[in-house]
Design a protein around this ligand. Structure first.
Ligand SMILES: [Zn+2]
Length: 481
């Protein structure tokens, strides 16, 4: 066994312990912060030793980048824990007897969707309070900038290399899809806003407000549906083993607001967390996170750490989006869920708005990542940049600090572009599945075998170019663009 093999084994052991505590933290369960600190320090010692011993050129690149971050694991852990704590405590506001923080904000918006003045008041107050996050987010980004700077690169450079996409292609993809979506988005948004909120859309009617309210008329078809009983047998029919996946839908006070998946130990210990918000939102969120879970539970356990754990997000999100969109495929809704045709048509019309909102909103988020790491703004200039991009792509006057409250844009160096990469690739993959395994591919065990063995099993070694040319047309065509 080589030094790098032993290193990966040790790294996995430490990371598994860390992942498990992070999962418990997000689940609102007791977690051991001192264990997290201890494992982070052990990880630092391990990684620094290997980085000194092995020349950078001898490292596989993904392992090098993971090691660069892990060389300061305790700093990241401290900052992430502090940010997590502030999001639940300090970034908090009392409004008519209710306490709203960044963890339960979306539940509050859901409960008060018809009280725009309350939502505006809470939105503005939370953005004021979010100032406490600013120095920590700045410190976290500065840490990443410094670490990658030692290799004459930025976190974005490492990201592009890992996602196997060059800067100008990604820029072009983000900009062109967001621009293509914008006119249809503005029209659909105006219509739905009048219908659902009784007024034109405003900045505080963000993507998540619509995500919660848009499916209201269809919600009754999903109320009381047992998601596991509905989709579990279909996943099993495709050959997936669900025994490695634990699903937690229990409400807990400090539980993360959005559905989330944790691959604590790949492929054997995977968790899906969600809580009840509204039926369709919960259903699509459940399907999305189960897609992640099925993927990680299917990775070949004989592969080294690097291939099992260091899967780029633009790959991981392919399987979440594949199973999320499967859940709302018209024929699936008719045959598996038993929805009447009128409800299916209505759901699809509403989903189209959310897809268009996604392309514009994540267009702004992704472009923010690209420009942040090439222009290096300070935090005030970053806010101004975000406001500018939001106005350009989404078309609303959003206060620039909003990005600092976002659970993806604020908490990762670069992540948002991966959703767009995956969205494009998922539409390409769906087309291939339908061509090769019929339109009803989800009932075809051969489709499951293909997904599991050829695409999911290899982990980061997935042969993406066998099904994707990063062609945005299939996803735009499906939106009528
Ligand atoms: Zn996801």
């Amino acid at each position: 066994m080589t030094l790098l093999d032993r290193f990966q084994r040790e790294l996995e052991r430490l990371e598994t312990d860390l992942n498990r505590e992070t999962y418990r933290q997000y689940a609102g369960l007791p977690y051991d912060e001192s264990l997290m600190e201890q494992r982070s320090r052990e990880m630092e010692t391990l990684v620094r030793g290997v980085l000194e011993e092995v020349p950078a050129a001898d490292f596989p690149r993904p392992l090098l980048y993971a090691s660069v971050r892990a060389s300061r694991a305790s700093e990241y852990t401290r900052l992430d824990n502090e940010i997590y704590r502030l999001r639940g405590d300090a970034v908090s506001v009392e409004d008519e007897g209710e306490t709203v923080n960044l963890n339960n904000w979306r539940l509050f918006n859901r409960a008060h969707v018809r009280a725009p003045q309350r939502r505006r008041r809470v939105f503005d107050a939370l953005l004021d309070r979010a100032l406490v996050l600013t120095p920590l987010l700045a410190e976290r980004f500065a840490l990443s900038r410094d670490l990658f700077g030692r290799y004459n690169m930025t976190p974005l450079d490492a990201y592009l290399e890992e996602e196997e996409v060059d800067f100008s292609s990604l820029w072009q993809l983000v900009d062109s899809t967001a621009r293509a979506a914008r006119p249809a988005f503005r029209e659909a948004l105006a219509g739905f806003s009048a219908e659902l909120l009784g007024q034109p859309p405003d900045y505080y009617d963000d993507y998540y407000v619509f995500g919660n309210v848009i499916y209201e008329p269809v919600d009754r078809h999903f109320a009381g549906v047992d998601f596991a009983a509905l989709v579990g047998p279909i996943y099993e029919g495709l050959g997936f083993d669900l025994s490695q996946i634990a699903v937690d839908g229990e409400p807990r006070e400090r539980k993360h607001a959005s559905p989330i998946c944790f691959a604590v130990r790949v492929p054997d210990e995977v968790y899906v967390l969600y809580q009840q918000t509204s039926p369709v939102y919960d259903y699509t969120g459940y399907c999305h996170e189960m897609g992640h879970a099925l993927h990680f539970a299917s990775v070949n356990r004989a592969l080294p750490y690097m291939d099992r754990y260091l899967v780029p997000a633009g790959v991981a999100e392919i399987f979440s989006l594949l199973f999320e969109t499967l859940g709302t495929t018209p024929r699936f809704l008719a045959e598996e869920v038993g929805l009447p045709q009128a409800a299916i048509d209505d759901l699809r019309r509403r989903e189209r708005l959310m897809d268009l909102y996604f392309l514009t909103f994540y267009g702004a988020n992704a472009m923010f990542n690209l420009r942040y790491w090439t222009e290096h703004p300070d935090m005030d200039a970053a806010d101004a940049l975000y406001a500018d991009l939001y106005a350009r792509y989404v078309g609303l006057e959003m206060p620039g600090r909003y990005w600092q409250t976002h659970h993806v844009v604020a908490l990762y160096d670069v992540y948002a572009p991966s959703y767009l990469l995956a969205k494009v690739r998922t539409a390409e993959l769906r087309r291939l599945l339908e061509e090769r395994f019929t339109e009803r591919w989800w009932r075809n065990p051969a489709a499951g075998a293909y997904l599991r063995e050829e695409l999911m099993g290899p982990g980061r070694g997935i042969p993406v170019d066998t099904f994707s040319r990063l062609d945005p047309r299939p996803s735009l065509v499906s939106l009528g663009l």
